[in-house]
Design a protein around this ligand. Structure first.
Ligand code: DGT
Ligand code: CA
Ligand code: CA
Ligand code: ZN
Length: 580
């Protein structure tokens, strides 16, 4: 069970307790426990295996510690099972409808048999809610309007969605002369894998004008709040955007504040306090003289005032950015411009949209030195995966056109080979031995036991022709949770066999994620950041993968595809087994 899975069990527990009318104190305990587990940097499974005292974690008391252990050992929490039998979990969505809450949701359940959003909509349309004591016609109408919002609200934005929204907002603000400076702060700037809302920070001497322009955003569906310098709107698709307008003098302090994370800021502030300073969104002040800021016009000056180097936003999660030995790594933190190749992409041979030649040209256009073409193997029949004969044909094709790109691009013969349910690879050893680059992945059999899935991956890692494991956890953001497998064992095996683990840059995957990638890197595993492109445009997804690596504190030389072509060829040569 992953940390996220355990956290979501506790969230569910809190909601169901609220629906049952439990006392607020118990409910809060589960919510803060869920939050604490979500921000742990180590798998809770490991902590438990090491007999770590969970109650030493802020937000976890004796009850939650005990329930965590049971959940990890048995896969469930008995108290939650009991609650589920009493209160349907589908009511959780109903209680989130603005204006309802737990009490009213429960009443609708008991009096009208409402089970979920769908049945709620139905009883509203039937006019039954209006007749219920304490509800009325107006409430019924607003429930109907709010159901849609809830249906979508649980969804956080993926990075590609956030990027698209940012571009539209930037365009909208582009003809607003009152704006002197603008930055998208919050979790977006920190490169988080999903974003709750966008936070725009603007420097301007006339906040009114900026907010007026904000109010004219074509996709605005609701004005949530407007003050002197603050404004929040909801836009179609239910996403929220916050705007804050500040004075040029406090730009750095405001940007630092609104970038977060909250946990990072709390620590920054306490450091300041210990130095007799006070940091707010308006600047850095001496405790004794709070009129004149001593720093804060830019972020660097703020950090400098408390004796720290400027910390890249991706690291501001209060994980390891304050550790002493970390400062020197900051210098080498990986950047997009360090990436020299891409070792996972598909073509018209399987489910890609462009030819090998087109992908190669697009890679050259993007300044890459090398790529590996890695189409699917035959097990992925929906993607017309290649059998041995077809893959050999493709490689012969690549051999023929290689010359055409010589000096400009190193074109590698690769394959994304499926790891089958029985643990074997989808193509013969003899076939795989002819590839320049083999990445192996699990696409089927997710329901197998933890041991079985782990063994499958360990077998692939040990295979002499395999160089890397792609999207190791198999999760798809907000669609499919990771299969249950032993990441620690996989990391250890990858380290022992000197094989790579992938950070898949597709914003639906981001797999490994930041914490997993950090664990792999710390264990000495080489990472490879790939786009898994299915089209030319997809090659631009690389930045999302780099952001994950930055959040993991990964430096350039821990990533295989920062090597030059020549260095990569050397690495591949070293990894050819002597019998080849
Ligand atoms: P999100 O939107 O859920 O993905 O996460 P954030 O981190 O963007 O959070 P958001 O939008 O609520 O707030 C943006 C930043 O503003 C946050 O990262 C830090 C700062 N901030 C917001 N509320 C507080 C607070 O109560 N205390 C402190 N110290 N900072 C806050
Ligand atoms: Ca935000
Ligand atoms: Ca916000
Ligand atoms: Zn792929």
């Amino acid at each position: 069970m992953t940390n996220d899975q355990l956290a979501s069990l506790f969230e569910e527990m809190a909601d169901l307790l609220e629906l049952s009318g439990e006392n607020a104190f118990r409910i809060r305990a589960y919510r803060s426990g869920a939050a604490a587990i979500q921000t742990l940097s180590q798998p809770i499974e490991e902590l438990i295996a090491q007999d770590f005292d969970l109650t030493s974690i802020d937000g976890i008391g004796a009850t939650l510690a005990q329930k965590s252990i049971i959940a990890i050992q048995t896969g469930e929490i008995p108290a939650l099972e009991k609650l589920r039998a009493q209160v349907p979990s589908s009511l959780r969505k109903v209680m989130q409808v603005p204006g309802l809450g737990a009490k009213k949701a429960m009443k609708l359940h008991q009096e009208l048999g409402v089970m979920d959003l769908e049945s709620l909509k139905q009883v509203c349309l039937d006019g039954k809610v209006a007749k219920l004591k304490g509800f009325g016609e107006k409430t019924q109408q607003s429930i109907l309007e709010n159901i849609e919002i809830v249906a979508q609200a649980a969804v956080r934005m993926r990075r590609d969605e956030a990027d698209a929204l940012r571009a539209k907002l930037q365009e909208h603000f582009s003809n607003c002369p009152a704006i002197q400076k603008m930055e998208f702060a919050g979790s977006y700037r920190r490169g988080k894998e999903t974003i709750g809302d966008l936070d725009i920070l603007v420097v301007s001497n006339s906040p009114e004008q900026v907010m007026d322009r904000f109010g004219q955003y074509p996709e605005l569906t609701e004005l949530l709040a407007r003050g002197d310098t603050k404004m929040s709107i909801r836009i179609s698709g239910s996403f929220q955007v916050d705007l804050r307008v500040v004075d040029p003098s406090c730009w750095g302090a405001a940007l630092q504040y609104f970038t977060g994370s909250k946990e990072h800021n709390v620590h920054v502030r306490s450091l300041a306090k210990s130095l007799g300073l006070k940091i707010s969104e308006y600047g850095v002040f001496r405790e004794l003289d709070q009129n004149q800021p001593i720093a804060g016009h830019d972020e660097a000056s703020l950090y400098e005032a408390i004796g720290l180097p400027w910390i890249p936003p991706e690291l501001r999660e209060n994980r390891f950015e304050f550790q002493k030995d970390f400062a020197q790594r900051l210098h080498d933190l990986i950047e997009l411009s360090d990436i020299r190749g891409d070792l996972h992409m598909h073509t018209l041979y399987t489910d890609g949209s462009h030819s090998v030649e087109q992908m190669a040209q697009a890679a050259i256009d993007r300044g890459l030195q090398y790529i590996a073409i890695t189409d699917h193997s035959k097990r992925v029949s929906v993607a017309r995966g290649l059998d041995e004969q077809k893959v050999l044909e493709q490689w012969a094709h690549i051999d023929r056109i290689r010359k055409q790109f010589q000096d400009r691009l190193l074109l590698l013969k690769g394959i994304e080979c499926d790891i089958l349910e029985d643990g074997s690879l989808d193509l013969s050893d003899q076939c795989l031995a002819q590839a320049d680059w083999v990445t192996a992945s699990v696409h089927f059999g997710f329901k197998q036991s933890k041991q079985e899935i782990t063994d499958r991956i360990l077998g692939a890692i040990a295979h002499r022709s395999v160089h890397s494991i792609s999207h190791p956890s198999g999760r798809l953001l907000s669609r499919r949770v990771a299969y249950d497998y032993d990441l620690t064992a996989v990391i250890q095996a990858a380290q022992e066999h000197d094989k790579c683990l992938e950070i898949n840059a597709n914003p639906h995957r981001l797999d490994l994620n930041d914490l997993q990638a950090a664990a792999a890197a710390q264990a000495g595993v080489t990472l490879v950041i790939n786009t898994d492109a299915h089209s030319i445009d997809n090659l631009d997804l690389m930045r999302h993968g780099v952001q994950v690596a930055r959040r993991a504190g990964i430096i350039k030389n821990q990533v295989l595809n920062t090597k030059t072509s020549k260095q990569l060829l050397g690495w591949l040569k070293k990894h050819k087994s002597p019998s080849d």
